[in-house]
Write a protein that binds this ligand. Structure first.
Ligand SMILES: [Fe+2]
Ligand SMILES: [Fe+2]
Length: 156
């Protein structure tokens, strides 16, 4: 990703963050006290930073849309009966919702469907999907551990 593409990428993210459908993700908690929207934005930001830093050639618009929509499942998974199975089934739900609300290309669909690899056995087909897979795990760890460490220090 060149500097110009990185700026273009950030522009797409900003534009998508004005979309009411995407803003709905702010109603649900993802990890710790991070909302799904904040998580998806963090993942999208990290994907852009990695692609720019390591000059990875990507489809800028697809990466922005796929990264921001990768967890578009629109419920609080902590309140679901099958909460522990959420990791396996939410990519399918996110993809169903996203294809209902947006017109997605193959790359964008691949990102959403396969972002939980290797937990789910759907192997990423595009490098945009690999980027989201990596950034998603990094952000999730940070969100969970931030909560744990903050809790520990607060109670000490
Ligand atoms: Fe996810
Ligand atoms: Fe995620």
């Amino acid at each position: 990703m060149t500097k110009q593409e990185y700026e273009e990428y950030q522009g797409y993210i900003e534009e998508l963050l004005l979309d009411e459908r995407i803003l709905k993700m702010d109603d649900f908690i993802q990890h710790g006290n991070t909302t799904t929207l904040a998580h998806c934005k963090a993942v999208a930001d990290l994907c852009g930073q990695i692609a720019y830093r390591y000059h990875i050639k990507v489809d800028v618009k697809s990466l922005a849309r796929g990264a921001l929509l990768h967890d578009y499942f629109l419920y609080d998974w902590h309140e679901q009966k099958l909460g522990s199975m959420h990791g396996f089934y939410h990519p399918g739900i996110a993809l169903k919702n996203a294809t209902r609300d947006f017109e997605l290309n193959h790359r964008e669909q691949d990102i959403i469907r396969k972002h939980m690899f290797p937990l789910t056995l759907f192997v990423p087909r595009y490098r945009e999907t690999v980027l989201v897979c990596l950034a998603d795990k990094g952000c999730a760890l940070k969100e969970v551990y931030h909560r744990i460490f903050r809790g520990r220090f607060a109670s000490a």
